[in-house]
Write a protein that binds this ligand. Structure first.
Ligand code: GLN
Ligand code: ZN
Length: 772
């Protein structure tokens, strides 16, 4: 039987970020709706044609989105909370973007300092959260207990017809009803969203029926929740949903897609569903192939996710064929596909003209991945000989990566091979360190500080861009940064902060700044991936052993400290965060790569201490983000993640105070790991939770010091003194006052100076009030 190639979804943003430009012009009122829609439709047409030319036979439609595909699904089924004023009928763009970004009058959503999602204070935008363990964020559907569902968007049908009009037959993609419900929330979690399934299904039936009438043969229904730990009720919901949907449209064939992990304990349920095809992720879970083959009905079409949709590496095609050939020869109908939608990969490697050619030869982005699939298809259908050279090139590329001198640094390997446990342990326990730090720092109760960055003003960005383009010389740029730093230090002294920062004016991004100075990292020019809405990021690529050739931050710290007698914090990004916000090499365990980064940061910590820093902050904003999807894998991850932080932090003397910082995060289920990090001070985001997030710390009797954020930095709003005193009281009701610090929620990079000045003045006043 001939093998075919499918893609499950293609990047939406356009090769030149055309969608971002079109969206932002439309939001700014510079262009009409028609211009945005025209750009969107041109991007879809290009993507369809490109996928066809690259050799994909099964091409998705409705994978495109103006903002987010979960929001599209909410629009499709009419889950539009009343505040958006939707009156029924088709939900228009205004309603759609009001849900995405807040309605008029409310503040638009703000990003935290790393372009990751947060929602603005008081903004009635829907809540945003991470899409599984990716860095993509979706808008969380919010269900009412009496939620009604009705068709409010025919986007799926429209886009199917749009492709058809171009002569391209597509397989429409829908987010499955069960995953959709499971990804949603209801106020106070008062009921089980799955109880809404029976009411939701008729809308899905309507959509499927419209697609069948328009001529669709297959539909791709994504149920990524099938790789999660699920309650029993969910298994029953899957059975019910697919019984209903498949029976409703007997002509339509359903490809049920699962990705981001193994089906595991959900496999039996999945194999009992009356669907016509099943897609499984063989990158994250290659071992599940045997069990799926053993249990699947002979007529079940299998779509094998053999090319990594979550990473940027070229595949060894011979190695894949060795595994897949026997499956194909067994006679079942097989489709080859990426492990998941290509949404999470950059579009086209060919645009990177400045990469080291050796390294470029190891990479594959979305376009290259589809080519890889079509080569695999040819090898399976016509024999390996028909594409022998290409297959062997791919194997050689992967082999050369393994043995390349560019990747292997024997000094790094030796150092990380034998981690003496004492390297991950401070000399003395916290209580002893605390006394020594108190003596050395002599800080008042409720000490005040900030998280690190100060506003990246248009002038700062302009200077950086001009320096990058060679328009201004190094010396001029440095002088500019010195002046910014000087002003920031003077201002912090004037406003009365106790522990100062240099302001991070020299940093473009908290990961990139370090990646650019570490060996083993490369950066691209155009390899953007969507983080949320029109926000895209260009993650660094960790290709080789990581080392720190020379100090990265010491000179800026030294300069800032030379300006003041108050302590200036050394400011670093932690190993786990650097790892979680990068594309990571796949030829060794992530834990090993993380450990290498940890040693590099450890060296920086040592140099800061040697230069005289008495406080060093190691940010781990993304520690929680890296949690595996399955609960039984948490222990392992948290074990090495915490160890890596400790390797980075433990090289200093007892009197040197180690801080860490985490952005918005639930702490309840990971509090013992947070404690095991053994930082002397942790600052966290709490302002919007009204200090409720501190309950995890008080319940655990967390021993060390904590700076719960009292200033929500995601909003331009300046909090009053009284608001912050109230928050400090709420904190002091939960934890002993001598454990508390006073600081904002996060860095102030995205704010403007006038707001920051007032807010920090108020914050210092609140701390002074608390001291009495
Ligand atoms: N030190 C960083 C800053 O202030 C921390 C940012 C973060 O955790 N996202 O910008
Ligand atoms: Zn933060």
């Amino acid at each position: 039987m001939t093998v075919t190639v499918a893609t499950l979804g293609f990047p939406r943003i356009g090769p030149k970020r055309e969608l971002k430009t079109a969206l932002e012009n439309y939001w700014a009122g510079k262009t009409p709706e028609s211009a945005l829609l025209a750009t969107a439709s041109a991007l879809r047409a290009t993507a369809w044609k490109q996928q066809r030319e690259l050799g994909a036979e099964i091409i998705p439609s409705n994978d495109f989105s103006l903002y987010d595909h979960v929001l599209d699904t909410s629009a499709m089924v009419g889950v539009i909370p009343e505040i958006y004023g939707w009156k029924g009928g088709q939900a228009g763009l205004e309603t759609y973007f009001a849900m995405a970004r807040g309605a008029q009058g409310g503040a638009a959503e703000e990003s935290c300092t790393h372009g990751h999602a947060h929602t603005g204070h008081g903004a009635p935008a829907a809540e945003m959260t991470k899409w599984f363990d990716t860095n993509y964020h979706y808008l969380v559907p919010e269900f009412a207990a009496d939620q009604n569902f009705r068709l409010a968007s025919t986007k799926a049908l429209n886009e199917y017809l749009e492709a058809k009009a171009l002569g391209i037959e597509t397989r429409p993609v829908l987010l499955g009803p069960v995953s959709y419900l499971l990804l949603g929330k209801n106020t106070g979690n008062k009921f089980d969203p799955l109880s809404l399934l029976a009411r939701l299904l008729p809308v899905y039936r309507e959509v499927l029926q419209s697609l069948v009438r328009a001529g669709a043969q297959w539909v791709q229904i994504d149920e990524p929740c099938l790789v999660l730990d699920l309650p029993d009720a969910a298994q029953a919901a899957f059975m019910h949903a697919y019984d209903v949907l498949v029976a409703a449209e007997p002509q339509l064939r359903v490809m049920l897609t699962t990705y981001f992990g193994a089906l595991g304990d959900n496999l039996a349920t999945v194999l009992a569903l009356p669907v016509h095809g099943l897609h499984i992720d063989l990158i994250r879970a290659p071992e599940q192939l045997a069990a799926v083959l053993a249990g699947a009905r002979p007529d079940l079409v299998l779509s094998l996710g053999v090319i990594d949709g979550r990473n940027v590496w070229k595949a060894d095609l011979n190695e894949i064929l060795d595994r897949i050939e026997p499956v194909v020869h067994a006679g079942r109908r097989i489709i080859l596909a990426p492990s998941c939608s290509l949404l999470h990969t950059p579009i086209d490697l060919e645009r990177e003209t400045e990469l080291d050619p050796d390294i470029k030869n190891w990479l594959a982005f979305a376009v290259q991945k589809i080519k890889e699939l079509s080569i695999l298809r040819r090898a399976l259908n016509e024999g390996r000989e028909s594409v022998r050279n290409i297959l062997d090139d791919s194997s050689r590329a992967v082999a050369s990566r393994r043995t390349s001198g560019k990747i292997n640094d024997s000094a790094v390997k030796t150092r990380t091979a034998h981690v003496d446990p004492s390297l991950a342990r401070r000399a003395s326990p916290f209580q002893i360190r605390r006394e020594l730090q108190k003596q050395k720092l002599n800080l008042p109760p409720y000490p005040t500080t900030t998280i690190g960055s100060f506003p990246q003003t248009p002038e700062v960005r302009k200077a950086r861009a001009e320096h990058g383009n060679g328009i201004i010389a190094d010396a001029v740029y440095e002088q500019f940064l010195r002046e910014e730093t000087l002003r920031a230090v003077r201002w912090q002294e004037d406003v009365g902060l106790d522990v100062l920062v240099h302001g991070e004016f020299e940093r473009n991004d908290m990961v990139q700044y370090f990646g650019e100075q570490l060996s083993g990292f490369i950066f691209t020019k155009h390899a953007w991936v969507q983080s949320y809405g029109s926000r895209y990021v260009r993650p660094p690529i960790i290709f080789g052993d990581v080392a720190r050739p020379k100090p990265m931050t010491v000179e800026w710290w030294r300069y800032a400290q030379s300006l003041t007698n108050r302590p200036v914090k050394g400011m670093l990004t932690g190993p786990v965060t650097i790892l979680n916000w990068s594309f990571v090499r796949d030829d060794q365990p992530r834990s090993e790569t993380c450990r290498q980064i940890a040693f590099a940061i450890r060296d920086e910590v040592a140099d800061l201490e040697a230069a005289g820093a008495s406080i060093i902050q190691i940010d781990e904003a993304a520690l929680r983000e890296g949690l595996p999807l399955r609960r039984d894998e948490w222990r392992n991850y948290l074990g090495w993640a915490v160890e890596c932080f400790r390797i980075a932090a433990s090289g200093v003397g007892d009197a040197t105070q180690i801080h860490t910082h985490m952005c918005y995060s639930e702490f309840n289920d990971i509090i013992s790991s947070i404690a095991a990090m053994d930082a002397d001070v942790i600052s966290i985001e709490t302002a919007r939770s009204k200090m409720e997030l501190l309950d995890a710390f008080s319940g655990y009797q967390y021993p060390a010091e904590i700076g719960p954020g009292v200033y929500d930095i995601h909003s331009p709003r300046v909090p009053e003194v009284l608001e912050m005193t109230t928050l400090l009281k709420a904190a002091a009701a939960r934890l002993p006052a001598d454990q508390l610090w006073v600081n904002p929620d996060c860095g102030l990079k995205t704010r403007k100076w006038p707001e920051v000045r007032l807010a920090i003045e108020n914050m210092v006043a609140a701390a002074l009030a608390a001291r009495i």
